[in-house]
Design a protein around this ligand. Sequence first.
Ligand SMILES: [Mg+2]
Length: 457
Amino acid sequence: MTARVLVVDDIFPNVKLLETKLSAEYFEVLTAMNGPDALAICEQGLCDIVLLDVMMPGMDGFEVCRRIKGNPSTAHLPVVMVTALDQPSDRLKGLDAGADDFLTKPIDDVALLARVRSLVRLKAVTDELRSRVVASRDYSIGDPLAAAAADMGLNGRLLLVDDRRSSYERLAAALGQYHSVEVDPEPHQALVKAAEGEFELVLVSLGLRDFDGLRLCSQIRSLERTRHVAVVMIAEADDRPRILRGLDIGVHDFLVRPVDRNELLARVRTQLRRKRFADKLRESVQASMELAVTDALTGLHNRRYLDGHLAAMFSDAVRRGRHLSLLVLDIDRFKRVNDTYGHDAGDEVLREFANRIRAQTRGIDLVARYGGEEVVVALPDTTFEGAHALAERIRERVEGSPFTIHRGAQSIHVTVSVGVSARQAADASAGDILKRADLALYRAKEAGRNRVVAAAA
Ligand SMILES: [Mg+2]
């Protein structure tokens, strides 16, 4: 997977060195030699990941990082801080500024590429979601990007998988100040818990006595139930091959023993923020997709959804030589309900009407609000006779008991007219069936309403 890497450093030879290394691995490289230029490139959406020098005149790397992470339109960009020395204080300042990782100069090629690749892969997952959220902003579901960027990464629900008491007691005590922590020394049980429980992040010791911690990491990353959980591994300093392997299989971050308390807290916070950001994106994509196919008042499918799916149902029925029937239902004299009792009462009637239809239909039936007070029900694998019987049942259920309005304060008598039709061999599209059902509905109205009329063959 290739990506656009922004290299930011105030010293030209440093920029060149990284550019050469990354270009050799087929990354596309952009460069900036100061903070403001770097921010401009990020904001224009020209890069996928930022390698950021800490020491720069004017705006230093910490400030640049803070601004990237504080801006909803750039907060999703992974930032790797490049420090001259492995300064614990620099690392903490960087993590506080929201950095995703660190590299120490002189930069080790293997570590550089492993880090860049793994961060690029993680970003690719959120990019797709992000573009859909941005595209659907007019759905008035708020601004999930801004909300997610503002999360502080506290009060997480953590699972710590470690079988050394002296280690887990210390880690759990440190994390317990800001999060709720559960410890499980047994990896199989931990996996079950992770799949059942509501954990946001799992810390896995790679030094478990009878089990390969990496295997647990990989299971968590691949199981459907847990694949959105953040995973952080805890490794020995000399266990570099396994750390790289872990990053390769999608582990989000790692800590090296002896674990520095502040670094532990900072990395967990960063991962919680990243995970919550991705969760928010996923939720809003889901919400906007549902909004796009659902009628807000009744919860039935909307016309757009019906148009798309009815065509698919039709060709499926043709291909398999199966029945397909349609009902068009229309509440009688609905305008009078609105005029007499108000539009809120009209809405209540529509919702209850939808509920009574839903109660009579199957999961495979397609029930959609077609417009106003009209509902279309598409019935796959259903004969004309079956559809007619269903229509009659719904008509009875509507007429049979009054509809309450004004939140139960009043009730009114409602009836429905229904047109029924079924697919015929000569039909070219679902529209033909729909047209016949519509005509039948019209005849039902003409004949005095509150009745089911079959389409002429
Ligand atoms: Mg510098």
